[in-house]
Design a protein. Structure first.
Length: 244
């Protein structure tokens, strides 16, 4: 049975054709990374597939081969600041634009994973599940995923304790616990509602409870009043005058 990821859906489009995909839309922290890749249909690594379907060692091996055999490739990154300013959707689109521009070769056509295209003037088409159906998009997904994983591994050394070397910034229980215990880093996406809610909740001052001793009531204590020194005054009484 032939592999699902193939050139079949790409044959109707002119070459050079670039596949585009992104990695890192869902994580709580870190940038979003997109990649664009142009393959040589006569010479390409076997086993290309959606990066999510590949074990880490296989993904890394294919990445190395793509670096050598691809006709051209490029990576685009949108920072956490851009994610928070634009929102993750438009930051992803920005990363895709940068990825295609980074190829250094203008493609005749671009196939993008998903159901929407960046705002550009290039001939292009969006393909749902394209990373698992189109070999060029699958190749881009591998490049984007490996690139971002390495970025997050580097950040894990700068911000230890969040588990980014393994969870890559995704919302694992380990990451959530660290966010509450250690607080946010500059790489956390404050525009994400759950991240913002967690940060704001941890910023609230703790409640202080006073122990009620036996014999005391729950009624609030009257406020203490500072003693006021009362200065005595002399009353002056006017005596009635007698008639002369």
């Amino acid at each position: 049975m032939p592999r699902r990821c193939s050139f079949k859906l790409e044959l109707d489009f002119p070459q050079p054709l670039a596949g585009v995909d992104e990695a890192g839309c869902a994580p709580l922290a870190g940038p979003v990374v997109a990649a664009a890749c142009i393959l040589d249909r006569e010479r390409f690594p076997r086993g290309i597939d959606d990066s999510k379907n590949l074990p880490i060692d296989r993904r890394e091996a294919l990445y190395g081969k793509l670096m050598k055999q691809a006709v051209g490739w490029g990576v685009g990154i949108a920072s956490v600041e851009e994610i928070d300013r634009l929102n993750i959707y438009w930051a992803k689109m920005l990363a895709m634009v940068r990825a295609v521009e980074a190829i250094g070769l203008e493609p005749a056509w671009v196939l993008v994973d998903g159901n929407a295209l960046p705002k550009w003037q290039r001939p292009s088409k969006a393909i749902v599940d394209g990373d698992a159906r189109c070999r060029s998009i699958g190749a881009a997904s591998i490049i984007a995923k490996v690139t971002r994983d390495r970025i997050m591994a580097d950040y894990a050394r700068e911000y230890p304790g969040y588990g980014w070397e393994t969870n890559r910034g995704y919302g694992t229980p380990e990451h959530w616990r660290a966010l509450h215990a250690l607080g946010p880093t500059p790489l956390h996406r404050r525009s994400f509602p759950k991240v913002r809610a967690a940060i704001e909740a941890d910023a609230q001052p703790p409640l202080v409870f006073e122990e009620i001793r036996p014999g005391e009531s729950f009624a609030p204590h009257p406020p203490e009043i500072e003693s006021i020194e009362i200065v005595g005054t002399q009353d002056v009484v006017e005596q009635p005058r007698t008639a002369a």
